[in-house]
Design a protein around this ligand. Structure first.
Ligand code: SAH
Ligand code: SF4
Length: 487
């Protein structure tokens, strides 16, 4: 027996975690994102959009108890597999998840949508537009979390708003502060999924590392997020909500008089005196597989009347979703970072498996074509240093050759591998990293080594959520005892 069906609720039905009868099932979400097969009760085979397959037994919460890759066994069906994400986007009006109390969360919505909601709730068009403009400013520019605080809105109007709308923030599950100033937060969505955010202060800037998905569909072998299943995409509200929460925590909302800016697109914001000056989409997930939500959220971040952060201070990191890269430049216009990590097909196929779908040449060509890239706005190539895997002199020379061949305005970020429990790699030695960096520098390309930050709080992106989940009672007790004896 073989059945075809569609996932109605993506969040409740992530790919590959089903217990079903002895049948073969294929499934995809609304936009055809996943395909999977389940063969027998208790035994599952899951195929992701790249054609990787796993077989394993399932435990009570529908996750694999013991899963082993069985690549290529089911590869005959790859023609059926659409790649995940909005690669061929269909314009769909975003669903607003209804709250139990029927009120609508305004965070994540653009001004025009807020005006529509106000009109639907009974205001005439002109009133709705004016109120939307005021409310938008209070929400995104001033960061207020109560309608009562919106002092230029009539006192009688404020309860009207409170009855119908809310101003949401992700819930904070855990907040930690590293000895080097790095801060990390474990956050929770309204429907109970955890994700993370990290803030890294430096002498001249403060960078917020923002998540785009809960989990990831891709399975880069050195990345902890890659071991998690994709639970769901974050909504625009949950993405922009991270930035707003960081501003709350850092106490960085303007407190001065009302000054509604007429500048809609470009930021008037400057780094002067601010802690949070830069944003990197380098938290959990692949931002280009959640294109529309990431774009909508970043538009709010860049809006001169909203959070007003310049696109030059925002960097989106992709593992190489080639078909979405041009759109990213055109529709979002932020800086691009590409997780290259290897210069040969064999190694990149292994460690960044999306390479099997979009190879190195295709990827570098898309970088060369990236709208807005120039010597002033170079593309960052991220390169994680894995001992004896991608760190030889020959790799460094090949990296220089490739970047020159495609005439890329490039800088290389060498990232010491941050190990996690169960990872199969070691970080390259400091001498090896230095040598690699020197070769790339000698090739005329800047290749700084990124200093690990917040190691005492496991702050590397993708590490927080699992660290919190995996801590046993005994570990926590031991930590408390150690802290007590140290003081
Ligand atoms: N999915 C996107 C963005 C999130 S990952 C991407 O892959 O680009 C952000 C960066 O952290 C990527 O360059 C990723 O390869 C890197 N990274 C992930 N796990 C790491 C680890 N354990 N040590 C060092 N860098 C890691
Ligand atoms: Fe996903 Fe990026 Fe991790 Fe790869 S490195 S698994 S794309 S989050």
């Amino acid at each position: 027996m073989e059945t075809n069906w569609t996932f109605k609720h993506y969040a409740r039905r992530p790919h590959g975690f089903y217990r079903m009868g002895p049948a073969i099932h294929r499934g995809s979400d609304k936009s055809g994102r996943f395909i999977l097969k389940i063969i027998h009760a208790g035994l599952a085979v899951s195929v992701n959009p790249l054609g990787d397959a796993w077989a394993g037994t399932l435990d009570g919460d529908f996750s694999f108890r013991s899963a082993a890759p069985i690549c290529e066994v089911l590869m005959t069906d790859t023609t059926l597999m659409t790649i995940p994400g909005q690669v061929d986007p269909v314009p769909v009006v975003r669903d607003i998840t209804p709250r139990d109390d029927g009120r609508v969360d305004l965070i994540g919505l653009p001004k025009a949508r807020i005006a529509e909601l106000f009109a639907d709730a009974g205001l005439d068009t002109k009133q709705a537009k004016l109120r939307a403009k005021q409310v938008f400013h209070w929400l995104y520019h001033r960061g207020v979390i109560e309608f009562e605080a919106m002092t230029d809105i009539a006192k009688t109007m404020r309860p009207w708003l409170t009855q119908r709308f809310v101003i949401g923030r992700p819930e904070i599950v855990e907040a930690q502060h590293s000895t080097d100033g790095t801060r990390k937060w474990l956050l929770r969505t309204a429907d109970g999924h955890d994700f993370e955010m990290v803030f890294i202060p430096d002498a001249d800037r403060g960078t917020l590392c923002v998540s785009s998905q809960i989990g990831c569909t891709l399975n880069c072998t050195f990345c902890h997020t890659g071991t998690m299943r994709l639970v769901r995409n974050l909504t625009p509200g949950e993405i922009v909500g991270q930035v707003m929460l960081a501003r709350d925590a850092l106490g960085e909302w303007p407190k001065g008089r009302m000054d509604i800016s007429e500048v809609e697109d470009e930021a008037e914001y400057t780094a002067d005196g601010r802690l949070l000056t830069n944003i990197v989409m380098m938290g959990m997930g692949e931002p280009l597989y959640n294109f529309d939500n990431v774009r909508d959220a970043l538009k709010l971040v860049m809006d001169g009347g909203g959070l007003a952060l310049s696109k030059r201070r925002i960097t989106l990191s992709t593992s190489g979703v080639v078909p979405a890269m041009a759109r990213c430049g055109e529709e979002i216009g932020v800086n691009l970072a590409v997780s290259l990590h290897a210069v040969t097909k064999n190694v990149r196929d292994e460690i960044v498996p999306i390479n099997r779908k979009f190879g190195i040449d295709e990827l570098l060509q898309a970088c060369a074509d990236y709208p807005g890239a120039s010597n002033a706005r170079r593309i960052t190539f991220e390169y994680v240093m894995l001992k004896d895997k991608n760190d030889s002199d020959a790799d460094a020379h090949e990296l220089v050759r490739l970047l020159r061949h495609y005439k890329l305005p490039a800088k290389v970020n060498l990232i010491p591998f941050n190990p996690w429990p169960g990872s199969n790699y070691e970080c390259s030695t400091p001498e090896r990293i230095k040598r690699f960096s020197d070769i790339v520098f000698e090739g005329g390309i800047s290749a700084p080594v990124r200093t690990p930050r917040g190691r005492d709080i496991d702050a590397a992106c993708g590490q927080l959520k699992t660290a919190a989940e995996k801590k046993t009672r005994a570990q926590l007790d031991r930590e408390v005892a150690e802290a007590a004896s140290a003081s």
